[in-house]
Design a protein around this ligand. Structure first.
Ligand code: GLU
Length: 486
Protein backbone atom coordinates (compact mmCIF):
# COMPACT_ATOMS: atom_id res chain seq x y z
CA UNK A 1 0.00 0.00 0.00
CA UNK A 2 1.34 3.39 -0.96
CA UNK A 3 1.67 5.95 1.82
CA UNK A 4 -0.56 9.00 1.55
CA UNK A 5 1.23 12.10 0.33
CA UNK A 6 1.59 14.49 3.23
CA UNK A 7 3.90 17.44 2.70
CA UNK A 8 3.59 18.37 6.37
CA UNK A 9 5.70 15.33 7.30
CA UNK A 10 9.07 16.39 8.68
CA UNK A 11 11.65 13.81 9.72
CA UNK A 12 15.23 14.22 10.78
CA UNK A 13 18.54 12.46 11.03
CA UNK A 14 20.49 13.86 13.96
CA UNK A 15 24.04 12.52 14.03
CA UNK A 16 26.60 13.46 16.64
CA UNK A 17 29.82 14.29 14.81
CA UNK A 18 32.00 12.31 17.19
CA UNK A 19 33.22 9.71 14.71
CA UNK A 20 32.65 8.27 11.28
CA UNK A 21 29.16 7.52 10.03
CA UNK A 22 28.22 4.17 11.55
CA UNK A 23 26.23 1.68 9.50
CA UNK A 24 23.47 1.86 12.12
CA UNK A 25 23.36 5.63 11.65
CA UNK A 26 23.31 5.25 7.89
CA UNK A 27 20.37 2.89 8.21
CA UNK A 28 18.48 5.39 10.40
CA UNK A 29 19.25 8.15 7.91
CA UNK A 30 18.03 5.96 5.07
CA UNK A 31 14.72 5.17 6.78
CA UNK A 32 14.10 8.85 7.45
CA UNK A 33 15.02 9.72 3.89
CA UNK A 34 12.69 7.05 2.50
CA UNK A 35 9.86 8.13 4.76
CA UNK A 36 10.21 11.71 3.57
CA UNK A 37 10.31 10.57 -0.05
CA UNK A 38 7.34 8.23 0.42
CA UNK A 39 5.16 10.95 1.93
CA UNK A 40 6.47 13.93 -0.02
CA UNK A 41 7.69 15.39 3.28
CA UNK A 42 10.95 17.03 4.31
CA UNK A 43 14.12 15.33 5.48
CA UNK A 44 16.13 17.44 7.90
CA UNK A 45 19.77 16.95 8.83
CA UNK A 46 20.55 18.24 12.32
CA UNK A 47 24.02 18.13 13.82
CA UNK A 48 23.97 17.19 17.50
CA UNK A 49 27.30 18.60 18.54
CA UNK A 50 26.55 19.59 22.12
CA UNK A 51 29.38 17.38 23.35
CA UNK A 52 32.00 19.95 22.42
CA UNK A 53 34.92 17.83 23.52
CA UNK A 54 34.06 14.86 21.36
CA UNK A 55 32.45 16.69 18.43
CA UNK A 56 34.53 17.79 15.55
CA UNK A 57 33.77 19.67 12.33
CA UNK A 58 35.84 17.21 10.31
CA UNK A 59 33.59 14.32 11.39
CA UNK A 60 30.54 16.36 10.45
CA UNK A 61 31.99 16.83 6.97
CA UNK A 62 32.95 13.17 6.63
CA UNK A 63 29.55 11.96 7.78
CA UNK A 64 27.75 14.24 5.32
CA UNK A 65 30.08 13.07 2.61
CA UNK A 66 29.27 9.42 3.36
CA UNK A 67 25.55 10.22 3.29
CA UNK A 68 26.03 11.87 -0.09
CA UNK A 69 27.90 8.80 -1.32
CA UNK A 70 24.92 6.67 -0.27
CA UNK A 71 22.60 9.03 -2.14
CA UNK A 72 20.79 10.00 1.08
CA UNK A 73 20.32 13.68 0.47
CA UNK A 74 18.66 16.02 2.93
CA UNK A 75 16.22 18.82 2.14
CA UNK A 76 17.26 21.02 5.07
CA UNK A 77 20.44 21.16 7.08
CA UNK A 78 23.44 23.35 7.89
CA UNK A 79 24.21 23.70 4.19
CA UNK A 80 20.55 24.04 3.16
CA UNK A 81 19.00 26.20 5.84
CA UNK A 82 15.38 27.18 6.02
CA UNK A 83 15.35 30.45 8.01
CA UNK A 84 12.18 29.34 9.75
CA UNK A 85 13.92 26.39 11.41
CA UNK A 86 17.69 26.96 11.50
CA UNK A 87 20.36 26.97 12.66
CA UNK A 88 20.85 23.22 12.32
CA UNK A 89 23.90 22.74 14.53
CA UNK A 90 23.03 22.43 18.19
CA UNK A 91 26.21 24.27 19.15
CA UNK A 92 24.69 27.32 17.44
CA UNK A 93 21.42 27.04 19.34
CA UNK A 94 22.66 27.22 22.95
CA UNK A 95 20.76 30.40 23.71
CA UNK A 96 17.52 28.88 22.50
CA UNK A 97 17.91 25.95 24.91
CA UNK A 98 18.87 28.24 27.78
CA UNK A 99 15.81 30.39 27.11
CA UNK A 100 13.52 27.35 27.14
CA UNK A 101 15.16 26.03 30.29
CA UNK A 102 14.74 29.36 32.11
CA UNK A 103 11.13 29.38 31.04
CA UNK A 104 10.64 25.97 32.64
CA UNK A 105 12.25 27.29 35.83
CA UNK A 106 9.89 30.25 35.89
CA UNK A 107 6.96 27.82 35.63
CA UNK A 108 8.32 25.68 38.46
CA UNK A 109 8.84 22.74 36.09
CA UNK A 110 12.60 22.91 36.52
CA UNK A 111 14.86 24.46 39.14
CA UNK A 112 18.34 25.84 39.66
CA UNK A 113 20.55 23.38 41.41
CA UNK A 114 23.68 24.57 43.22
CA UNK A 115 24.71 21.20 44.55
CA UNK A 116 28.42 20.51 44.32
CA UNK A 117 29.94 17.37 42.78
CA UNK A 118 30.65 16.11 46.30
CA UNK A 119 27.04 16.51 47.40
CA UNK A 120 25.81 14.67 44.30
CA UNK A 121 28.37 11.95 44.87
CA UNK A 122 27.19 11.54 48.47
CA UNK A 123 23.58 11.07 47.23
CA UNK A 124 24.78 8.35 44.87
CA UNK A 125 26.71 6.58 47.60
CA UNK A 126 23.78 6.72 50.00
CA UNK A 127 21.49 5.22 47.34
CA UNK A 128 24.02 2.49 46.59
CA UNK A 129 24.31 1.65 50.31
CA UNK A 130 20.50 1.39 50.49
CA UNK A 131 20.42 -0.73 47.36
CA UNK A 132 18.33 1.62 45.22
CA UNK A 133 18.83 3.80 42.13
CA UNK A 134 20.12 7.28 42.92
CA UNK A 135 17.59 10.07 42.80
CA UNK A 136 18.16 13.75 43.38
CA UNK A 137 17.46 14.60 47.00
CA UNK A 138 19.11 18.00 47.18
CA UNK A 139 17.36 20.85 48.92
CA UNK A 140 17.12 22.87 45.69
CA UNK A 141 14.19 20.81 44.52
CA UNK A 142 12.09 22.35 47.30
CA UNK A 143 9.99 25.23 45.92
CA UNK A 144 10.89 27.14 49.11
CA UNK A 145 14.53 27.36 48.07
CA UNK A 146 13.84 29.10 44.77
CA UNK A 147 13.87 32.63 46.14
CA UNK A 148 17.41 32.06 47.38
CA UNK A 149 18.30 30.40 44.08
CA UNK A 150 17.06 33.37 42.06
CA UNK A 151 18.99 35.70 44.26
CA UNK A 152 22.23 33.74 43.80
CA UNK A 153 21.67 33.59 40.02
CA UNK A 154 21.14 37.35 39.87
CA UNK A 155 24.48 37.74 41.66
CA UNK A 156 26.04 35.84 38.74
CA UNK A 157 26.49 32.47 40.44
CA UNK A 158 26.43 29.41 38.24
CA UNK A 159 23.95 26.57 38.67
CA UNK A 160 22.73 23.59 36.73
CA UNK A 161 19.08 23.56 35.69
CA UNK A 162 17.36 20.39 36.76
CA UNK A 163 14.08 19.16 35.36
CA UNK A 164 11.42 18.17 37.88
CA UNK A 165 10.45 14.66 36.77
CA UNK A 166 6.68 14.23 37.26
CA UNK A 167 5.67 11.43 39.60
CA UNK A 168 3.65 9.36 37.17
CA UNK A 169 4.04 6.66 34.57
CA UNK A 170 4.36 7.37 30.86
CA UNK A 171 3.13 5.41 27.87
CA UNK A 172 4.55 5.49 24.40
CA UNK A 173 2.76 4.00 21.42
CA UNK A 174 5.77 3.30 19.31
CA UNK A 175 5.23 2.54 15.62
CA UNK A 176 7.72 -0.31 15.73
CA UNK A 177 7.90 -1.46 19.34
CA UNK A 178 4.21 -1.13 20.10
CA UNK A 179 3.10 0.07 23.53
CA UNK A 180 5.96 0.86 25.89
CA UNK A 181 5.10 1.66 29.50
CA UNK A 182 7.58 3.59 31.63
CA UNK A 183 6.71 3.08 35.29
CA UNK A 184 6.45 5.92 37.78
CA UNK A 185 9.75 6.81 39.45
CA UNK A 186 11.76 5.29 36.62
CA UNK A 187 13.80 8.46 36.46
CA UNK A 188 14.50 11.10 39.05
CA UNK A 189 14.93 14.83 38.43
CA UNK A 190 17.57 15.25 35.74
CA UNK A 191 19.86 18.01 34.56
CA UNK A 192 18.83 19.77 31.35
CA UNK A 193 21.44 22.55 31.40
CA UNK A 194 24.80 22.00 33.08
CA UNK A 195 26.28 24.61 35.40
CA UNK A 196 28.64 25.65 32.58
CA UNK A 197 25.57 26.66 30.56
CA UNK A 198 25.70 23.73 28.15
CA UNK A 199 22.42 21.89 27.61
CA UNK A 200 22.14 18.08 27.50
CA UNK A 201 21.04 15.85 24.65
CA UNK A 202 17.57 14.92 25.92
CA UNK A 203 16.63 18.54 26.30
CA UNK A 204 18.12 19.86 23.04
CA UNK A 205 16.59 17.02 21.12
CA UNK A 206 13.05 17.81 22.28
CA UNK A 207 13.39 21.58 21.94
CA UNK A 208 14.67 21.09 18.41
CA UNK A 209 12.17 18.46 17.35
CA UNK A 210 9.47 20.80 18.64
CA UNK A 211 10.82 23.98 17.00
CA UNK A 212 11.70 22.19 13.77
CA UNK A 213 8.16 20.77 13.69
CA UNK A 214 9.37 17.20 13.41
CA UNK A 215 6.37 14.92 12.93
CA UNK A 216 8.07 11.50 13.05
CA UNK A 217 11.11 10.48 15.06
CA UNK A 218 12.63 7.40 13.43
CA UNK A 219 15.77 6.32 15.28
CA UNK A 220 17.53 3.37 16.86
CA UNK A 221 16.04 1.35 19.67
CA UNK A 222 18.98 2.32 21.89
CA UNK A 223 17.20 5.66 22.38
CA UNK A 224 14.09 4.07 23.85
CA UNK A 225 15.43 4.70 27.35
CA UNK A 226 15.90 8.39 26.62
CA UNK A 227 12.37 8.67 25.35
CA UNK A 228 10.78 8.72 28.80
CA UNK A 229 12.75 11.87 29.68
CA UNK A 230 11.85 13.31 26.33
CA UNK A 231 8.14 12.58 26.84
CA UNK A 232 8.32 14.52 30.10
CA UNK A 233 9.92 17.48 28.39
CA UNK A 234 7.37 17.50 25.56
CA UNK A 235 4.67 17.59 28.19
CA UNK A 236 6.35 20.41 30.09
CA UNK A 237 6.76 22.45 26.92
CA UNK A 238 3.15 21.84 25.99
CA UNK A 239 4.49 20.60 22.65
CA UNK A 240 2.74 18.18 20.31
CA UNK A 241 4.27 14.72 20.45
CA UNK A 242 5.69 13.40 17.22
CA UNK A 243 5.14 9.78 16.22
CA UNK A 244 8.01 7.60 17.38
CA UNK A 245 9.44 4.63 15.52
CA UNK A 246 12.36 2.97 17.29
CA UNK A 247 13.97 0.61 14.84
CA UNK A 248 15.50 -2.62 16.03
CA UNK A 249 19.03 -3.08 17.20
CA UNK A 250 21.74 -4.35 14.86
CA UNK A 251 23.47 -7.42 16.21
CA UNK A 252 26.38 -9.59 15.11
CA UNK A 253 26.42 -13.38 14.68
CA UNK A 254 26.91 -13.83 18.41
CA UNK A 255 23.65 -11.86 18.95
CA UNK A 256 25.57 -9.09 20.72
CA UNK A 257 25.10 -5.46 19.78
CA UNK A 258 27.04 -4.77 16.58
CA UNK A 259 30.44 -3.32 17.31
CA UNK A 260 33.91 -3.13 15.83
CA UNK A 261 34.58 -6.63 17.14
CA UNK A 262 32.25 -7.88 14.41
CA UNK A 263 34.16 -6.17 11.62
CA UNK A 264 33.84 -2.88 9.80
CA UNK A 265 31.09 -0.73 11.28
CA UNK A 266 31.69 2.59 9.59
CA UNK A 267 30.39 3.38 6.15
CA UNK A 268 33.68 4.79 4.88
CA UNK A 269 35.36 1.39 5.25
CA UNK A 270 32.80 -0.18 2.92
CA UNK A 271 33.25 2.72 0.57
CA UNK A 272 37.01 2.10 0.53
CA UNK A 273 36.36 -1.58 -0.10
CA UNK A 274 34.45 -0.64 -3.27
CA UNK A 275 31.00 -1.70 -2.19
CA UNK A 276 28.38 -0.09 -4.40
CA UNK A 277 26.37 2.61 -2.59
CA UNK A 278 23.16 1.19 -4.09
CA UNK A 279 23.98 -2.22 -2.63
CA UNK A 280 24.79 -0.72 0.78
CA UNK A 281 21.45 1.10 0.87
CA UNK A 282 19.63 -2.01 -0.28
CA UNK A 283 21.22 -4.15 2.41
CA UNK A 284 20.87 -1.56 5.19
CA UNK A 285 17.21 -1.18 4.33
CA UNK A 286 16.65 -4.92 4.79
CA UNK A 287 18.05 -4.77 8.32
CA UNK A 288 14.78 -4.33 10.13
CA UNK A 289 12.44 -3.59 7.22
CA UNK A 290 11.01 -5.96 4.64
CA UNK A 291 9.65 -5.42 1.18
CA UNK A 292 5.91 -6.16 0.86
CA UNK A 293 6.61 -8.63 -1.92
CA UNK A 294 9.58 -10.09 -0.02
CA UNK A 295 12.02 -8.76 -2.59
CA UNK A 296 15.64 -8.73 -1.52
CA UNK A 297 17.16 -6.71 -4.33
CA UNK A 298 15.96 -3.22 -5.11
CA UNK A 299 17.05 0.34 -5.65
CA UNK A 300 16.13 3.12 -3.22
CA UNK A 301 13.85 4.80 -5.71
CA UNK A 302 12.02 1.51 -6.40
CA UNK A 303 10.78 1.19 -2.84
CA UNK A 304 9.62 4.74 -2.27
CA UNK A 305 6.12 3.67 -3.31
CA UNK A 306 5.98 0.71 -0.94
CA UNK A 307 7.86 2.14 2.04
CA UNK A 308 5.92 2.44 5.29
CA UNK A 309 6.52 2.19 9.02
CA UNK A 310 4.29 -0.89 9.18
CA UNK A 311 6.89 -3.19 7.71
CA UNK A 312 9.51 -2.74 10.41
CA UNK A 313 10.42 -5.72 12.50
CA UNK A 314 10.54 -5.28 16.26
CA UNK A 315 13.22 -7.92 16.75
CA UNK A 316 16.94 -7.38 16.40
CA UNK A 317 18.44 -7.52 12.92
CA UNK A 318 21.51 -9.62 12.33
CA UNK A 319 24.26 -7.97 10.34
CA UNK A 320 25.55 -10.49 7.87
CA UNK A 321 28.54 -9.49 5.78
CA UNK A 322 28.08 -12.45 3.44
CA UNK A 323 24.59 -11.31 2.61
CA UNK A 324 25.84 -7.79 1.99
CA UNK A 325 28.43 -9.20 -0.42
CA UNK A 326 25.73 -11.16 -2.19
CA UNK A 327 23.57 -8.04 -2.47
CA UNK A 328 26.57 -6.24 -3.90
CA UNK A 329 27.09 -8.96 -6.52
CA UNK A 330 23.41 -8.81 -7.47
CA UNK A 331 23.65 -5.06 -7.97
CA UNK A 332 26.66 -5.58 -10.20
CA UNK A 333 24.69 -8.07 -12.29
CA UNK A 334 21.82 -5.62 -12.63
CA UNK A 335 23.97 -2.65 -13.45
CA UNK A 336 24.00 -1.49 -17.08
CA UNK A 337 27.22 -2.67 -18.74
CA UNK A 338 28.35 0.84 -19.82
CA UNK A 339 28.20 1.95 -16.16
CA UNK A 340 30.24 -1.05 -15.11
CA UNK A 341 32.82 -0.29 -17.79
CA UNK A 342 33.19 3.21 -16.35
CA UNK A 343 33.65 1.81 -12.84
CA UNK A 344 36.17 -0.81 -13.93
CA UNK A 345 38.19 1.78 -15.83
CA UNK A 346 38.51 3.75 -12.61
CA UNK A 347 40.29 0.84 -10.96
CA UNK A 348 44.07 0.88 -10.89
CA UNK A 349 46.01 -1.40 -13.24
CA UNK A 350 43.39 -1.72 -15.91
CA UNK A 351 45.66 -0.56 -18.74
CA UNK A 352 45.02 -3.65 -20.86
CA UNK A 353 41.27 -3.31 -20.40
CA UNK A 354 41.35 0.36 -21.30
CA UNK A 355 43.22 -0.26 -24.56
CA UNK A 356 40.55 -2.64 -25.90
CA UNK A 357 37.68 -1.76 -28.25
CA UNK A 358 34.26 -0.83 -26.84
CA UNK A 359 32.91 -4.15 -28.19
CA UNK A 360 35.63 -6.11 -26.39
CA UNK A 361 34.99 -4.25 -23.12
CA UNK A 362 31.29 -4.85 -23.41
CA UNK A 363 31.70 -8.58 -24.08
CA UNK A 364 34.25 -8.89 -21.27
CA UNK A 365 32.00 -7.29 -18.67
CA UNK A 366 28.99 -9.29 -19.85
CA UNK A 367 31.01 -12.48 -19.47
CA UNK A 368 32.62 -11.77 -16.12
CA UNK A 369 29.85 -10.02 -14.23
CA UNK A 370 28.31 -13.25 -13.05
CA UNK A 371 31.57 -14.18 -11.34
CA UNK A 372 32.22 -11.03 -9.34
CA UNK A 373 31.21 -9.68 -5.95
CA UNK A 374 33.03 -6.37 -6.28
CA UNK A 375 33.97 -4.18 -9.20
CA UNK A 376 37.60 -4.71 -8.12
CA UNK A 377 37.16 -8.37 -9.06
CA UNK A 378 36.98 -7.47 -12.76
CA UNK A 379 40.65 -6.53 -13.23
CA UNK A 380 41.65 -9.51 -11.12
CA UNK A 381 39.58 -11.86 -13.29
CA UNK A 382 40.91 -10.30 -16.49
CA UNK A 383 44.40 -11.11 -15.25
CA UNK A 384 43.51 -14.59 -14.07
CA UNK A 385 41.25 -15.76 -16.88
CA UNK A 386 42.34 -13.73 -19.88
CA UNK A 387 45.93 -12.57 -19.52
CA UNK A 388 47.54 -15.34 -17.52
CA UNK A 389 50.22 -16.98 -19.65
CA UNK A 390 51.49 -19.27 -16.92
CA UNK A 391 48.52 -21.01 -15.36
CA UNK A 392 49.34 -23.21 -12.46
CA UNK A 393 49.41 -26.90 -13.36
CA UNK A 394 46.74 -28.06 -10.96
CA UNK A 395 46.01 -31.68 -10.18
CA UNK A 396 42.88 -31.56 -12.30
CA UNK A 397 44.95 -30.23 -15.20
CA UNK A 398 47.61 -32.92 -14.77
CA UNK A 399 44.87 -35.49 -14.95
CA UNK A 400 43.64 -34.11 -18.29
CA UNK A 401 47.20 -33.96 -19.55
CA UNK A 402 47.63 -37.66 -18.75
CA UNK A 403 44.83 -38.76 -21.07
CA UNK A 404 45.90 -40.39 -24.30
CA UNK A 405 43.92 -37.95 -26.46
CA UNK A 406 45.25 -34.74 -24.89
CA UNK A 407 48.71 -34.50 -26.58
CA UNK A 408 46.98 -34.77 -29.98
CA UNK A 409 44.68 -31.89 -29.07
CA UNK A 410 47.58 -29.79 -27.76
CA UNK A 411 49.55 -30.43 -30.97
CA UNK A 412 46.69 -29.39 -33.14
CA UNK A 413 45.69 -26.35 -31.09
CA UNK A 414 49.22 -25.00 -30.81
CA UNK A 415 49.58 -25.26 -34.59
CA UNK A 416 46.20 -23.65 -35.12
CA UNK A 417 46.97 -20.81 -32.72
CA UNK A 418 50.39 -20.28 -34.31
CA UNK A 419 48.79 -19.79 -37.69
CA UNK A 420 46.42 -17.02 -36.55
CA UNK A 421 47.60 -13.63 -37.72
CA UNK A 422 44.87 -11.51 -36.13
CA UNK A 423 44.99 -10.21 -32.56
CA UNK A 424 42.03 -12.34 -31.46
CA UNK A 425 40.38 -15.50 -32.75
CA UNK A 426 36.74 -15.40 -33.71
CA UNK A 427 34.06 -17.68 -32.34
CA UNK A 428 33.75 -19.21 -35.82
CA UNK A 429 37.46 -20.09 -35.90
CA UNK A 430 37.22 -21.57 -32.44
CA UNK A 431 34.25 -23.71 -33.50
CA UNK A 432 36.29 -24.86 -36.49
CA UNK A 433 39.05 -26.06 -34.15
CA UNK A 434 36.65 -28.02 -32.01
CA UNK A 435 35.07 -29.54 -35.10
CA UNK A 436 38.51 -30.55 -36.34
CA UNK A 437 39.37 -32.29 -33.07
CA UNK A 438 36.06 -34.10 -33.19
CA UNK A 439 35.89 -35.07 -36.86
CA UNK A 440 39.51 -35.41 -37.91
CA UNK A 441 41.12 -36.53 -34.66
CA UNK A 442 38.03 -38.53 -33.69
CA UNK A 443 37.98 -37.30 -30.06
CA UNK A 444 34.58 -36.85 -28.50
CA UNK A 445 32.76 -36.07 -25.27
CA UNK A 446 34.72 -35.24 -22.15
CA UNK A 447 38.21 -35.81 -23.64
CA UNK A 448 37.29 -33.39 -26.44
CA UNK A 449 35.86 -30.58 -24.30
CA UNK A 450 38.24 -30.88 -21.41
CA UNK A 451 41.22 -31.28 -23.75
CA UNK A 452 40.37 -28.18 -25.79
CA UNK A 453 39.68 -26.18 -22.63
CA UNK A 454 42.97 -27.27 -21.08
CA UNK A 455 44.93 -26.39 -24.22
CA UNK A 456 43.40 -22.93 -24.46
CA UNK A 457 43.01 -21.92 -20.82
CA UNK A 458 45.18 -24.21 -18.70
CA UNK A 459 42.15 -24.87 -16.51
CA UNK A 460 39.71 -27.73 -16.17
CA UNK A 461 36.74 -25.39 -15.68
CA UNK A 462 35.76 -21.77 -16.16
CA UNK A 463 33.59 -19.51 -18.30
CA UNK A 464 32.14 -20.71 -21.59
CA UNK A 465 35.02 -20.97 -24.09
CA UNK A 466 33.02 -19.48 -26.92
CA UNK A 467 32.92 -16.20 -25.00
CA UNK A 468 36.24 -16.38 -23.19
CA UNK A 469 38.60 -17.33 -26.01
CA UNK A 470 37.59 -14.55 -28.45
CA UNK A 471 38.51 -12.11 -25.64
CA UNK A 472 41.94 -13.63 -25.09
CA UNK A 473 44.81 -12.17 -27.14
CA UNK A 474 46.26 -14.76 -29.51
CA UNK A 475 49.74 -13.89 -28.22
CA UNK A 476 48.62 -15.03 -24.76
CA UNK A 477 47.15 -18.26 -26.17
CA UNK A 478 50.47 -19.01 -27.87
CA UNK A 479 52.57 -18.44 -24.76
CA UNK A 480 50.10 -20.27 -22.58
CA UNK A 481 50.07 -23.46 -24.59
CA UNK A 482 53.87 -23.35 -24.79
CA UNK A 483 54.03 -23.07 -21.02
CA UNK A 484 51.61 -25.98 -20.62
CA UNK A 485 53.55 -28.30 -22.90
CA UNK A 486 56.89 -27.62 -21.25
N1 GLU B 1 22.48 12.41 18.30
C1 GLU B 1 21.83 11.17 18.57
C2 GLU B 1 22.73 10.04 18.14
O1 GLU B 1 23.64 10.26 17.35
C3 GLU B 1 20.52 11.07 17.83
C4 GLU B 1 19.40 10.96 18.73
C5 GLU B 1 18.04 11.06 18.11
O2 GLU B 1 17.87 10.66 16.94
O3 GLU B 1 17.16 11.53 18.79
O4 GLU B 1 22.54 8.94 18.54
Amino acid sequence: MTLARDPSVRVRFAPSPTGYLHIGGARTALYNYLYAKATGGTFVLRIEDTDLERSNAEYEKLQIDDLRWLGISHDEGPDRPNPKYGPYRQSERTEIYQRYARDLVSKGLAYYDFCTEEELEAMKEKAAAEGRDPVYEGRWKEPSSQAEAQERISRGEKAAIRFRAPKKSYTLDDRVKGRVVYPENMVGDFVIVRSNGLPVYNFCCVVDDHLMEITHVIRGEDHLNNTVRQLMIYEALGARLPEFAHVSLLIGHDRQKLSKRHGATSVNLYRNEHYLPEAMCNYLCLLGWSHPSERDIFEKQDIVDVFSLDRFSASAAMYDLEKLKWVNSEHIKNMPTPDLITLVEREPETGFFQRQTPEWKHACIELLKKYVQFTTDFPRLVNELILNEHPEKSEALQEILSWESTPKIFDFISGAVASVSTEFVSEVELNGWTEHVKKTLGIKGKPLFQGVRAALTGHDHGPDLKFLIPLTPVSVLKNRIQHLTK
